[in-house]
Design a protein around this ligand. Structure first.
Ligand code: FES
Length: 265
């Protein structure tokens, strides 16, 4: 009787172990991107970057539109959480517990040009680790300055300077289980950022190539790109080699800044 019970326990433990072992290899993005693909036919294509309105956490930055010129409210080597896509209501966004709609906005340290007053001063990393979905946090301490997952130690790096001075490989997992996963699940999803002529920071709808998008009759004519290249695919990784493509040049006004939400087919 005791042996029967032990055998049953071993069987169950084996099954649970088998399921857990394949979790990192399931293409979660296939399922999770529906988080924002369903619902209203209107999608937010361009959204100003607003820090979650939680004064106890974010002080003077809480509820503020991020402006690349404001180095005192948004200093280098600091971090905040933003909600994307926004509900349009600061209180609702701040209370939204869905980490798949949360991104860590990090202003790079000055050593990486975080005080240059450009969109490239910032990165926006998903709050969902591509390993088993815990929420990583930016660690600004000397010797760290990286995005660290508290669960199993995955570490995602800030963009690094290559030999030609270009910042590359933003969000690449460099330690922990996420770093052993196959592309594209070896990098944290990122949002595409752009500053307008006033310095306000914008998030652009991922999977759209705004360099090629045109506006006619008040509608955006969107040019889609590969969902992985398009970055920010919720719950999925990205091609970190394409980092430069997804940080738009500073002071390049959004194509349809007056029309934040347009129909999407
Ligand atoms: S969930 Fe495992 S390292 Fe992040």
């Amino acid at each position: 009787m005791q042996d029967t019970g032990r055998r049953a326990f071993v069987k169950i433990a084996f099954l649970v172990g088998a399921v857990l072992s394949i979790i990192p290899f399931v293409p979660w993005g296939t399922y999770l991107s529906s988080t924002i693909k369903t619902g209203s036919a209107q999608r937010t294509l361009a959204q100003k970057v607003v820090v979650d309105d939680i004064p106890s956490k974010y002080g003077a930055a809480a509820g503020k539109v991020v402006n690349v010129n404001d180095l005192s409210t948004f200093p280098p080597n600091d971090h905040w959480v933003v909600t994307y896509p926004t509900s349009g209501d600061l209180t609702v966004d701040a209370e939204n517990p869905d980490t798949f709609q949360k991104f860590e906005l990090i202003r790079l340290p000055t050593t990486l040009g975080g005080d240059s007053k450009k969109a490239t001063d910032f990165v926006a990393y998903s709050k969902v680790c591509v390993h088993l979905w815990c929420s990583p946090n930016y660690n600004p301490a000397p010797g760290h300055m990286q995005y660290e997952c508290p669960c199993h130690g995955s570490i995602y790096q800030l963009p690094k300077e290559d030999s030609s001075g270009q910042l590359v490989d933003a969000g690449k997992a460099v330690a922990g289980p996420a770093s052993f996963q196959a592309f594209p699940q070896n990098a944290i999803p990122m949002l595409t950022l752009q500053a307008d002529a006033n310095g306000d920071l914008w998030i652009f709808y991922f999977n759209a190539d705004w360099a090629k998008t045109t506006v006619s009759s008040g509608k955006a004519n969107i040019v889609s790109v590969d969902p992985i290249e398009g970055d920010g695919t919720i719950g999925y990784g990205r091609d970190y080699a394409s980092y430069q493509n997804f940080i738009r040049p500073a002071a390049q006004a959004p194509l349809n800044a007056d029309e934040e939400s347009v129909p999407v087919s």
